[in-house]
Design a binder for this molecule. Structure first.
Ligand SMILES: Nc1ncnc2c1ncn2[C@@H]1O[C@H](COP(=O)(O)OP(=O)(O)OP(=O)(O)O)[C@@H](O)[C@H]1O
Ligand SMILES: [Mg+2]
Length: 352
């Protein structure tokens, strides 16, 4: 990557003039010595030796100048770069090279050093992300696995009454479902990030798709004694229904999960010119600004009282999908009062 203002060529006019002047002085001295001796002798043998000496002296002088020039201009930066690449290969991402010239007078080696710095910074960042990801996944795997181990041991007890057996079996089932959800979500996110799956675009009835998703939650909403309010415009859209399913499911399940009995969950779908605007709102615990700033991060869970019910991947998936579809997602919330997630999608097809 070339930087604006940085000098772009390794060729330096100043250096070339200096080298030329030095060579001119050396050759001039050689000519003067030759001239001095030739005026004092006619011995051809001596003159031949003299020419040989002068040629050798000139060759030695050129070689010495070249060695010094290479030491300063090539070996120094190359050794610096070599040493840095060895440290990077050994896993040291704290490497930062200082260019040999001031900014604006960069030669090619300075450019390589700057590019190497940028590369190492990016590598260091992805290494941190990778380590964080591994430690998050390990943590999320450990919790349900410990539950499974403990309850499997309890189930082996003799004289276990029917009620306890059923309770332990349910806990085992919940923990294994949590593991399955975790792995499914990680795989989905991974595929989305690596663009292994592409959205399948089609024109479809968004209102109908949304209604079906909401109906799927009716039982859960009733069992939690929540009220459901829906206000959906008729909208046909060109988008990816499979991807959007994931969005509605995550937003709705969050709204239900974070709202106490007696609360309300609302879904609206409105048309604004060529955009479809969907909101999923609740009168639940709400989100503080500090938590709100991080909810779309992988594995982030703000409300620890519900942390046993998920892995903090839902909204990361939602955000990824919305980004891929070219839409927008935002959240408005007040602690203790509730939250409203708003999704804007382009591609509305039906005329008004
Ligand atoms: N409707 C909501 N009300 C209050 N807090 C919310 C709401 N939706 C999300 N959050 C906060 O954002 C965090 C991240 O949400 P996300 O959906 O990514 O994870 P999760 O629901 O905890 O787990 P998962 O989605 O993996 O089951 C939640 O843990 C919670 O703190
Ligand atoms: Mg969730």
């Amino acid at each position: 990557m070339r930087r604006n203002g940085a000098k772009k060529s390794g060729f330096s006019i100043k250096g070339a003039i200096g080298f030329f002047a030095l060579m001119a002085v050396v050759i001039q001295i050689a000519v003067m010595v030759y001239d001095y001796i030739i005026q004092r002798t006619t011995d051809k043998g001596l003159i031949a030796i003299l020419i040989l000496v002068i040629v050798v002296a000139l060759a030695v002088a050129c070689t010495v100048v070249d060695i010094i020039r290479r030491k300063i201009m090539v070996d120094r930066p190359v050794n610096k770069i070599l040493e840095a690449t060895e440290r990077i290969t050994a896993g040291d991402f704290s490497v930062s090279l200082t260019p040999m010239h001031a900014y604006g007078k960069y030669d090619e080696y300075d450019e390589i050093m700057e590019n190497l710095n940028t590369m190492v910074a990016a590598l260091g960042k992805s290494e941190i992300l990778k380590n964080d990801f591994i430690s998050n996944v390990s943590h999320e795997l450990k919790t349900p696995l410990t539950v499974i181990q403990n309850y499997a041991t309890l189930l082996q007890e003799k004289d276990l009454d029917e009620e306890s057996r059923r309770r332990y079996a349910k806990t085992l089932f919940d923990a294994s479902r949590r593991l399955t959800n975790l792995i499914t979500n990680i795989l989905k996110l991974n595929k989305l990030e690596n663009q292994e799956i592409k959205p399948e675009w089609e024109t479809f009835d968004l209102t109908e798709a949304l209604t079906q998703t909401v109906l799927g939650y009716e039982e859960l909403i009733e069992s939690k004694r929540l009220r459901l309010e829906c206000d959906l415009d008729e909208i046909v859209i060109r988008s990816a229904p499979g991807y959007l399913d994931l969005v509605w499911n995550n937003l709705l399940s969050n709204a239900i999960k974070f709202t106490e009995a007696g609360g309300t969950v609302g879904v609206t779908l409105k048309r604004q010119e060529k955009n479809a605007v969907l909101t999923v709102s609740d009168t639940g615990c709400g989100i503080s600004p500090e938590v709100g700033a991080r909810i779309f991060e992988k594995f982030y869970q703000g409300d620890t009282s519900h942390s046993g019910e998920g892995n903090g991947l839902g909204l990361a998936l939602v955000k990824k999908v919305i980004d891929i579809l070219g839409g927008e997602i935002s959240v408005r919330s007040e602690v203790g009062k509730g939250s409203t997630f708003t999704v804007i999608l382009r591609g509305v097809q039906n005329e008004k």
